[in-house]
Ligand binder design. Structure first.
Ligand SMILES: C[S@@+](CC[C@H](N)C(=O)[O-])C[C@H]1O[C@@H](n2cnc3c(N)ncnc32)[C@H](O)[C@@H]1O
Length: 360
């Protein structure tokens, strides 16, 4: 699943982004391991994450780790050779591609945008993962998001391999209609088209710029899918309309009340026997260390609800709604699972695969 539509990088921009990737690899490898040694030396393995945070705050090594984590990401997006600048330089050509692809898709319903949709305050006020203006406010935001994905997991050269692994891990079943919740630019939905080529595919998101790019991406790949600007908490689709609901990297972006509403909405949307599956971040392995690193990342990278999602009993919410066969498994993102003590050699997100089923 390659990128055909991304903005081109000039040589100096390529060099700057390659430098940032190399610096992030240094941060996520040797710096992370040095920090781990300091943490152990200070006897913090049994501490609560907030207590560990207070204890580590005075360590120069930790201050530098935090500073780099925040500023490498900031530079990647907002720096003079950052992703926003790269897209901006090509604004007219990129918009023309979106326009051309949109063609008559709005009138045929393949692309449904709703300028009246009220975006939640938490969504518009937060520049998630430091994307300036978020993924919704600029017409080119979808392109910028996709460029950003190239280095979200710096050890991975194919940013979409994780979506293929996720689609492959979803239980077998008769899938006639599949909905991707928070589909972004569609990359998380496209592998489902390969796995269930006969299924009707739907993707919803709050972001019009992302949906327009999702539509362009699908067209380029010859995939027929419906993309709509709708809220995952109240989608407006009929009862029992879908056989499979899935999301990738959505749940940690939602406030608790939205996660609760989503679980209720999923119950309504699924036909009996249908599955509700997600790839997201939860239950950081590695005890105090894992939580200290993950909650710190949330603060430093504007991930407003990342910790709140970890503190949510997602299985309990699903059970209360009536779901069965509820499971959460550590997921190998392609860089390998952490060791038996839950601690990875290099920094990684606490990827989890969530599976639940509406009883048949
Ligand atoms: C981190 S992105 C993931 C996009 C895509 N699933 C992927 O893996 O590339 C999260 C997406 O969820 C969308 N989103 C956040 N809150 C939402 C909501 N309440 N309803 C629908 N989409 C939402 C955001 O606009 C964003 O595109």
């Amino acid at each position: 699943m390659t990128e055909h539509n991304g903005p081109a990088l000039a040589p100096d921009e390529q060099a700057a982004q390659a430098f940032l990737r190399a610096a992030k690899l240094y941060w996520s490898g040797p710096m992370y391991r040095a920090l781990r040694r300091q943490f152990v030396a200070r006897g913090l393995d049994a501490a609560e994450p907030d207590q560990a945070e207070r204890a580590m705050r005075g360590e120069p090594g930790y201050a530098f780790f935090c500073w780099l984590e925040h500023h490498l990401q900031r530079e990647k997006y907002a720096g003079p050779r950052g992703l926003v600048h790269i897209a901006e330089r090509q604004r007219a050509a990129l918009l023309a591609r979106l326009e051309e692809a949109a063609g008559d898709s709005m009138s045929s319903g393949l692309l449904e945008l709703d300028p009246q949709l009220e975006l939640p305050g938490w969504y518009v006020r937060t520049d998630y993962h430091q994307h300036p203006g978020g993924v919704w406010s600029d017409e080119l935001a979808g392109f910028v998001y996709e460029l950003g994905r190239r280095t979200t997991l710096p050890a991975q050269l194919d940013p979409y391999a994780v979506h293929q692994r996720f689609a492959a891990a979803v239980p077998d079943g008769d899938r006639r209609r599949i909905l991707d919740l928070g589909c972004g630019t569609g990359r998380s939905q496209l592998p489902f088209a390969l796995r269930w080529p006969e299924a009707e595919l739907y993707g919803i998101d709050l972001s019009a710029p992302c949906l327009r790019l999702a539509h362009l991406n699908a067209r380029e790949l010859g995939v027929r899918a419906w993309w709509a600007q709708r809220r995952c908490e109240a989608t407006g689709y009929p009862d029992a309309h879908f056989d499979l609901l899935h999301s990738t990297f959505l749940l940690h972006e939602l406030p608790r009340r939205s996660v609760e509403a989503l679980v209720r909405e999923a119950w309504r949307l699924l036909r009996p026997g249908g599955h509700f599956v997600h790839l997201d971040f939860h239950s950081p392995p590695g005890g105090s260390w894992g939580a200290f690193i993950h909650y710190g990342h949330a603060r430093r990278n504007n991930e407003l609800f990342m910790r709140s999602f970890c503190e949510t009993d997602f299985a309990g919410l699903q059970r209360a709604a009536g779901f069965e066969d509820i499971d959460m498994q550590l997921f190998d993102d392609g860089t390998g699972l952490p060791g038996p003590d839950g601690i990875s050699e290099s920094w990684r997100f606490p990827f989890q695969l969530f599976i639940a089923r509406k009883p048949a």
